[in-house]
Write a protein that binds this ligand. Structure first.
Ligand code: SAM
Length: 372
């Protein structure tokens, strides 16, 4: 049995009957659960609540949607102009989540949730289309496998399951750890590909405090049980930074480990991140002041900010730092008169914008998102 077939088998069992050892207690918003059928709530294999990050009108993609619980919770938050797409590779889980689709559509007032078949490390390949293709073109020899690969490549380009830059918010609840280690980088790249510029990510998952040794990774039960495939706590954040996300952070961190195996702690966390806008970094005279309490900090693009200093930033960084992604850490200064836009030139030491240059500009408070 491979890791993937082990995961398929375990979650087919989980769709059929409740697997108590796959549950991690989560404090969901009870108001959002009220509308959900009991079976969907019971067959919960999550470890966090990424639905907390959903906003009105969002197009949300839930990776490894399982019974559909988080999708149906998110559907109540996106409203009738939003949309929620759940992707899962397991037919039994997809049948379970779709079983209540029309009942939920009537309760919600519109059919705004869709469940599709795919692997989250290959979000371009439509597995339902591939099943159909294989019905018509069964594999009989090695030439057929080569032809199938060509068909897959063509599909990924011509009919991607999830298009580039199409999702406002990617969420996931306890699934990334189940993906084979050799596919994990590709998985994060896929998340980056489908997220809109300026879009967000909120992923609840399990991380380990130390690297998981090979003999635990070979244990099928521990892998499919969301344990031995967990990324180490620093590596988990770093894969998102390496893929190009910014404002990457642990928004939630359970103090108590969910499990301890061979003295390695496995705990539930939620990370959030932003895909930067694809506009180029143009200097128009903006500045930000880092409030403190640290003497200096760096953002994920390597820019340095000294406590209390008016630091020059390009307009793109200005928006990112003052629109809430970095919390309330910065005071923004909009230039009284924009300067002629010039391409931003990075200086590892940072550039201080003199008070004489910024005087008369409007202050922008990331706390209230308003200018005063
Ligand atoms: C631990 S359960 C979590 C289910 C759901 N997110 C929840 O909160 O209850 C993992 C789910 O991810 C699916 N899954 C695992 N690996 C996957 C992959 N590589 N691609 C797509 N789905 C996957 C499984 O079929 C299962 O439904």
């Amino acid at each position: 049995m491979t890791i993937e077939t082990g995961v398929l088998e375990r979650y087919s069992e989980g769709a059929e009957s409740l697997q108590a050892d796959l549950c991690c207690p989560v404090d969901y918003d009870q108001n959002l659960l009220k509308l959900l059928p009991k079976e969907i709530i019971d067959k919960d294999y999550g470890c966090g609540d990424p639905s907390r990050y959903v906003e009105k009108n969002d197009i949300v993609l839930d990776l490894g949607s399982g019974s559909g619980k988080i999708c149906y919770m998110a559907a109540q938050l996106v409203g009738d102009q939003g949309k929620v797409i759940g992707v899962d590779m397991n037919d039994d889980m997809l049948s379970l989540s779709r079983k209540y689709q029309s009942e939920m559509a009537s309760k919600l007032g519109s059919d705004r949730v869709e469940f599709i078949k795919g692997q989250i490390q290959d979000l371009a390949l439509d597995l339902a289309a591939m099943d159909e293709h294989l019905q018509a073109n069964p594999i009989q020899n090695s030439e057929d496998i080569i032809a199938l690969r060509a068909w897959q490549e063509n599909q990924r380009h011509k009919n991607p399951l999830i298009k580039d830059n199409s999702v406002d918010l990617v969420i996931s609840n306890c699934v990334l750890n189940l993906v084979h280690d050799s596919d994990k980088d590709q998985l994060i790249k896929e998340i980056f590909r489908v997220t809109k510029p300026g879009g967000r990510v909120a992923i609840s998952d399990i991380v380990s405090d130390e690297q998981v040794p090979e003999h635990l990774k070979q244990d099928q039960q521990l892998w499919s049980g969301c344990i031995s495939g967990a990324l180490q706590e620093h590596d988990f954040l770093q894969t998102f930074i390496d893929a190009g996300f910014v404002a990457v952070k642990y928004d939630k961190w359970e103090n108590q480990p969910w499990q301890v195996v061979e003295n390695i702690e496995f705990r539930s966390v939620t990370i959030t991140a932003i895909k930067p806008q694809d506009t180029s970094c143009m200097d128009k005279g903006h500045a930000v002041i880092y409030r403190g309490p640290y003497s200096k900090i760096f953002d994920d693009e390597g820019h340095v900010y000294y406590r209390g200093q008016r630091m020059a930033v390009c307009e793109r960084s200005f928006k990112l730092l003052t629109e809430g992604s970095y919390g309330n850490d910065f005071i923004g200064i909009i230039p009284a008169q924009e300067t002629t836009p010039t391409p931003w030139l990075d200086d590892p030491e940072g550039v201080i914008r003199l008070a004489s240059e910024t005087k008369g500009g409007e202050f922008k408070d990331s706390n209230t998102n308003s200018c005063c």
